[in-house]
Design a protein around this ligand. Sequence first.
Ligand code: NDP
Length: 247
Amino acid sequence: MVKNKIAIVTGATRGIGKEIARTLAQNGANIAFNYRTYNEEIESFINELEGFDVRVLAFKCDVSKEEEVNEFIKEVKNRFERVDILVNNAGITKDGLIIRMSEKDFTDVLDVNLTGTFNMTKAASGVMVRQRSGKIINISSVVGVAGNAGQCNYSASKAGVIGLSKSVARELAGRNINVNVIAPGYINTDMTKVLPEKVKEEVLKTIPMKKIGEPKEIANLVLFLSSDLSNYITGQVINVDGGMVMH
Ligand code: NDP
């Protein structure tokens, strides 16, 4: 489905992004991913990906910093000559009720989740426009659609990702570039492990399928949206959430 394609996945050092990179590599895509601090886990992940007989580039880059993003895309271009797939997955949370939230906690989350998506999309779409093809998949959240108490910064950033994606989908549709959004529900990763048991129990009650999702659930949809099977789909938000939020 994506054999020999060049895919960039942000935030692939852990969680959902790692599974997305693994799934794309298993299906033959060459992978470029960013890291912030190099460690042995990253080295063993590079080895794992190369085991799928694909080429791998790991590059130090904070997505909230425009210059680092431009360097990252430049390096991808040097190494692979093109960019077929961009998955904007890197994200953070800094939860708190609005009355107690500092402006820094608000802007930090916006900087990574929304500005980071903007930086990467801008830099990669320059390459895609020239080659007249591409797939951009942005990871939002059900919280960006429905809101969540204690997450006004995070939900604003994720709602922003949806607005950004729909606008860019309209701008780039004529160049054969698809831009779609995945809105995961509650997925089993480091981000959700830290939640108190009581909160997890409450969230479970809101999921009709009565189970927490796994990163693979998101990676499978990324694979579909990265492939030619999704060529006539653009500007859409697709929830992967066990029925948590229904439109
Ligand atoms: P994790 O916390 O497990 O992983 C986050 C990843 O993002 C890490 O690889 C991290 O790198 C990277 N990252 C964070 N900040 C930056 C930055 N400034 N520049 C570059 N990379 C960065 O998160 P998940 O896997 O759970 O989440 C992945 C995405 O899915 C996020 O966008 C999240 O908001 C979204 N999502 C997750 C849900 C869930 O239930 N887990 C639900 C809905 C959406 P490092 O290792 O260096 O920290």
